[in-house]
Design a protein around this ligand. Structure first.
Ligand code: AIR
Length: 181
C-alpha cells in the first residue's frame, strides 16, 4: 500500500497531502540518556502517536555525548520542536542541562535504571535551582506516559485538533474503568 502510494506520487508528481506532512513533522522531542532507557521512555512516544503528534526520539547524554546534546537542543526550537521530554537515570542531568540550553518547556522523566531505583534520578531532575525550571514527572513508565500527555496538553492550548484528541483520550480512558473489579 505504502509502495503503491509512493509510486502514484512519483507518477503524478503530486506532493504528499497537507495532513500527512503535518503528522510527519515532529513537534515533541523525546531525549534519553542511553538506548537502555528506551523501554521506559517508549510510553511517551506511544501516547503522542495515539494523539496524532509526531515525536523525534533521540539518544543523547549530558555526560557521554555533550556535543551531540548541545547541538540538538540549541537548534530544537528553530527546527519546529515545541516541547522537549528528557529522561535519564542515575546522576540525571539531561533534563536540567536541556532546560539551561533552550527556552522551550522541558519535561523531565527520572528513570529507574540504577541500584537506587530512580530515587537518585528523581532528585537530580526535580531539584533544579530557581531560574531554570524542569517540569518533573513520576519515576519510570508512568512518568514517561504522563510526560507525553502533558506535552500534548501544552500543544493543545494553540492546536484544537490536539485538544480534541486529548479530550477523546480522556473519554476512552474513563469508559474503560469498570464499575466493579
Ligand atoms: N545516563 C547516561 N548518561 C548520563 C546519565 N545519567 C544514564 C542513562 C541510563 C543510565 O545512565 O540515562 O538510565 C545507565 O546507562 P547505560 O548506558 O549504562 O545503560
Amino acid at each position: 500500500m505504502a509502495i503503491r502510494k509512493a509510486d502514484k506520487t512519483r507518477k503524478t508528481g503530486a506532493a504528499p497531502d497537507k495532513a500527512a506532512r503535518r503528522v510527519a513533522k515532529p513537534r515533541v522531542a523525546i531525549l534519553m540518556g542511553s538506548a537502555s532507557d528506551w523501554g521506559t521512555m517508549k510510553p511517551a512516544a506511544e501516547v503522542l502517536e495515539q494523539l496524532g503528534i509526531a515525536s523525534d526520539v533521540r539518544v543523547m547524554s549530558a555526560h557521554r555525548t555533550p556535543a551531540r546534546h548541545h547541538a540538538y537542543v540549541t537548534k530544537a526550537e528553530a527546527n519546529g520542536i515545541d516541547v522537549i521530554i528528557a529522561g535519564a537515570g542515575g546522576a540525571a542531568h539531561l533534563a536540567g542541562v536541556t532546560a539551561a540550553l533552550t527556552l522551550l518547556p522541558v519535561l523531565g522523566v527520572p528513570i529507574d535504571s540504577s541500584p537506587l531505583q530512580g530515587l537518585d534520578a528523581l532528585l537530580a531532575t526535580v531539584q533544579m535551582p530557581g531560574g531554570i525550571p524542569v517540569g518533573t514527572l513520576a519515576i519510570g513508565k508512568a512518568g514517561a506516559k504522563n510526560a507525553g500527555l502533558l506535552a500534548a496538553a501544552i500543544l493543545a492550548r494553540k492546536d484544537p485538533a490536539v485538544r480534541t484528541a486529548l479530550a477523546r483520550f480522556r473519554e476512552r480512558q474513563t469508559a474503560l474503568v469498570p464499575e466493579r473489579p
